[in-house]
Structures are given as structure tokens and as C-alpha cells.
Design a protein. Structure first.
Length: 205
């Protein structure tokens, strides 16, 4: 029961921190802002977190924890590498459609990573793990003969960057272009490029 209440409090604090960092950014936000947004006492906040940076780093951990189970399950499924990549793309579309706010907050974390070593190390670790996950899918596709021979690390980086393009949609609008249409087009380009050539040099997939 105690753990359940503790987890609920942490969720409440992190939800408030997300609102604050989106509204004010890191530099202009204060622990008092998080206290006010959470509707908890200052003592309750400091019981769990010693500083605003501690709160925001925990927010990154929270996202990773929530995403990692599904992402790891995609890799472990007995599906083709192409289907795993499609599921990966669709996962992020679904997450964006459910709640785009974490994607918007990532802009602030990117900016902060350039100025703060702790945040930079945290984000670096997250992206390295994500890059490895994508690369493992590509390696599987190459080894099975589904994908052509390629530099899997560079290809994984390209896929990751295109997925991160979702963040662009949190700031700008493109009339007539939805996030799902963007991902569908990008994923088709990528999968066509990865597909092993079985037509004597002309890839018609």
C-alpha cells in the first residue's frame, strides 16, 4: 500500500514537472513551480527529489521505463525485421497521438544537454540504447537475407533521426500533413532502401 502511494506521488510530481518544463523551460523554472503544479507540499517534493534537476532527470527515467517494455518486446517478437521496424515506427506515432507533450519537452532536454553534463550523459545513454535496439533489428534483417548488406550503425542512426522528426510536429504545422502520414512515407522510403535487391540490380519493392 505504501509503495502504491509513493508511486502515485512520484507520478504526480513528474506530471507537474512535465507541465512546468514545457511552459517555462528549464532555466526559468523553479522547484516552487513544480510544487504549485503538483498541488503537494514543498516538503513532499523534497522528500523524493533534492533539486529541480533531480526531478527532470527522473522524468527522463520515467519515460524510458514506460517505453522500454514495449520497445524490447518488439525486438523479441518472432516477426520479420521489416515488421519490427514498422511496429517501432507505429509505436511512436501512437505515443504522439496519445500525448505529444513528452516529445515537446525533449526539445528542452536537447538544449539543456548542450549545457549540463549530467543531462548530456543521461540523454546520451538513452539514445545509445535506442540506437543499439534499432541496430539489432537491422543486423537481424541482414543476417536473415531480408535486408541488403549495409553499415547497420549508420542506417540505425538515420532511422533514429527520422523518428525524432516527430518532435518537429510539436512546434510547427504542415497543412495537409499528419504525423501518421509523415511516418508512413518515411518508413516506406527506409524499408524500400533496406530491402535486399532480388531483381538483378533494380529494386522494385
Amino acid at each position: 500500500m505504501a509503495n502504491s502511494k509513493e508511486n502515485q506521488r512520484r507520478e504526480q510530481i513528474l506530471a507537474a514537472a512535465l507541465d512546468v518544463i514545457i511552459e517555462k523551460g528549464y532555466e526559468k523554472s523553479r522547484m516552487d513551480d513544480i510544487v504549485k503544479a503538483s498541488k503537494l507540499s514543498k516538503g513532499a517534493i523534497y522528500w523524493y527529489y533534492k533539486s529541480k534537476k533531480d526531478v527532470y532527470l527522473s522524468l527522463v527515467n520515467h519515460w524510458v521505463f514506460n517505453f522500454s517494455a514495449t520497445l524490447n518486446n518488439i525486438v523479441e517478437e518472432d516477426h520479420s525485421a521489416a515488421d519490427q521496424l514498422r511496429e517501432l515506427f507505429q509505436f511512436f506515432v501512437n505515443q504522439y497521438q496519445i500525448n505529444p507533450r513528452p516529445f515537446k519537452a525533449m526539445m528542452e532536454f536537447w538544449s539543456l544537454a548542450a549545457r549540463d553534463d549530467d543531462v548530456q550523459n543521461k540523454i546520451q545513454k538513452v539514445y545509445t540504447e535506442f540506437l543499439n535496439l534499432i541496430e539489432n533489428i537491422l543486423i537481424k534483417g541482414v543476417e536473415s537475407g531480408e535486408f541488403d548488406l549495409l553499415d547497420t550503425k549508420i542506417a540505425a542512426l538515420s532511422i533514429m533521426v527520422n523518428i525524432e522528426g516527430i518532435i518537429w510536429f510539436t512546434i510547427f504545422d504542415v497543412p495537409g500533413v499528419s504525423i501518421s502520414a509523415y511516418i508512413d512515407t518515411i518508413s516506406n522510403f527506409i524499408l524500400t532502401g533496406l530491402a535486399k535487391d532480388t531483381n538483378g540490380g533494380i529494386n522494385n519493392e
